[in-house]
Ligand binder design. Structure first.
Ligand code: HEM
Length: 376
């Protein structure tokens, strides 16, 4: 729908669609005009309240800044670099455990367990419960009901009802974890959050539920998507893999191109707080704004031949991790996990091909651009 303008109103979805790269950047860089707090658009639901109290991705300044500040130290590139040996060890261990001869399901055997183990260890949550986290992530992200022709708000109402039981279960699990850490503190992020102060007071258990839940979910499902998308992209472009095998220093640039070419979170939502001009359009106050990261990442004004997978795009100013104050906190961790895991895969296996005799399964791309099964 780019012919309808880089910024245009969509009658069916009743929202403003932002497709262009500079326009998307402008929206994301201005949180005072484009709020991340969409709670007015969603039906109030008790099961979500607890989670939303600590879920700072949906908050505006100044509260956003205070809460993000509490955990940002743990996710700086320097802190994250310290996890390198552990990420490599977990990758080797899970590949050793799942080695089924020349067969592998990338998602089942590596892309899912690796990031979930890493983030659960950081949070001090038992990694053995990961089938439970996967059930939550699947319920929250596998929304078959999301359809591009439906209005965003009507979709939300149904979706909220459908995922309420999952929310309830997640809240109860995390509350128990938090209470346990209060009694038996460890060296993990949850224990540190229990000690932290905002505005001269400690966070309450409810706020920490949202915090830990956000990190647990955001911390694995997107990296799973990226590893799957990388192997899929490499399979489609064997020449690029040959280049990376010859010169492994090309791997980070190849990962950036995977992130641009298959954008895990295709869109972000915002709410205009005042009448505002974006590109050629004027968005009225209270207008619902959908920023299409996936479309901005294919804006030909910024990326030559945008549909081409090209590992030599340097710089590669994709918007896959967002922009501005909500820029993905986990980007250094996601990039490091992808570099280590893909590096080990390429070292371990002389040739990696997607199987032709078993189906590749895709998630609903309107929600998340990712495969859920990738037999190799
Ligand atoms: C925020 C994408 C990995 C934690 C975001 C945002 C995007 C994003 C687009 C901005 C949301 C907005 O502006 O509304 C991704 C992608 C990932 C990834 C594509 C993997 C390739 C991770 C990981 C973690 C994480 C590994 C956890 C450690 C977060 C958090 C926020 C966030 C906490 C909220 C930041 C804020 O509101 O200030 N992510 N993410 N993400 N991400 Fe990620």
């Amino acid at each position: 729908s780019r012919q309808r303008g880089q910024v245009h109103y969509d009658d069916r979805q009743q929202c403003w669609q932002i497709l262009g790269h500079p326009e998307a950047e402008a929206v994301l860089a201005d949180p005072a005009t484009f709020s991340s707090d969409l709670s007015d658009l969603l039906p109030q639901q008790e099961d979500f309240e607890l989670f939303e109290r600590g879920n700072f991705v949906r908050m505006d300044p100044p509260r956003h800044r205070m809460l993000r500040g509490l955990v940002s130290q743990a996710f700086t590139p320097r802190m994250v670099a310290g996890l390198t040996p552990r990420i490599a060890e977990v990758t080797e261990e899970i590949l050793d455990a799942s080695d089924g001869g020349d067969r592998l399901d990338l998602i089942e055997d590596l892309a899912y367990p690796l990031p979930v183990i890493v983030i659960a260890e950081l949070l001090g949550i038992p990694t053995s419960d990961r089938p439970v986290f996967r059930r939550w992530a699947d319920a929250l992200f596998e929304r078959g009901d999301v359809d591009p022709d439906q209005s965003l708000t009507s979709v939300s109402e149904e979706a909220v009802k459908a995922v309420a039981p999952t929310m309830r279960e997640m809240n109860a699990y995390l509350l128990e974890h938090i209470r346990n850490r209060r009694v038996n503190p460890g060296d993990d992020l949850t224990s540190k959050l229990l000690q932290a102060q905002v505005d001269g007071r400690r966070l309450d258990d409810g706020e920490i539920v949202g915090f830990v839940g956000l990190l647990l979910l955001a911390g694995h499902i997107t990296t799973t998507a990226t590893l799957g998308n990388a192997v899929l992209g490499f399979d489609e472009h064997p020449d690029a893999v040959v280049e990376v095998r010859v010169d492994p220093t090309l791997l980070p640039a190849a990962i950036e191109e995977v992130l641009r070419h298959r954008t895990p979170f295709p869109r972000l939502g915002r709410l205009a707080t005042t009448d505002v001009a974006v590109g050629d359009a004027v968005i009225p106050a209270r207008g619902v704004v959908v920023v299409w990261l996936a479309a901005a990442n294919r804006d030909e004004r910024v990326f030559a031949e945008p549909n081409r997978f090209d590992i030599h795009r340097v710089p590669n100013p994709h918007l896959t991790f967002g922009r501005g104050i909500h820029f993905c906190l986990g980007a250094p961790l996601a990039r490091l996990e992808a570099k280590i895991a893909l590096g080990i895969l390429l070292e371990r296996y002389r040739e990696i091909r997607v199987a032709t005799d078993a189906p590749v399964e895709h998630r609903n791309p309107w929600v998340m651009v990712s495969v859920s099964k990738l037999p190799l």
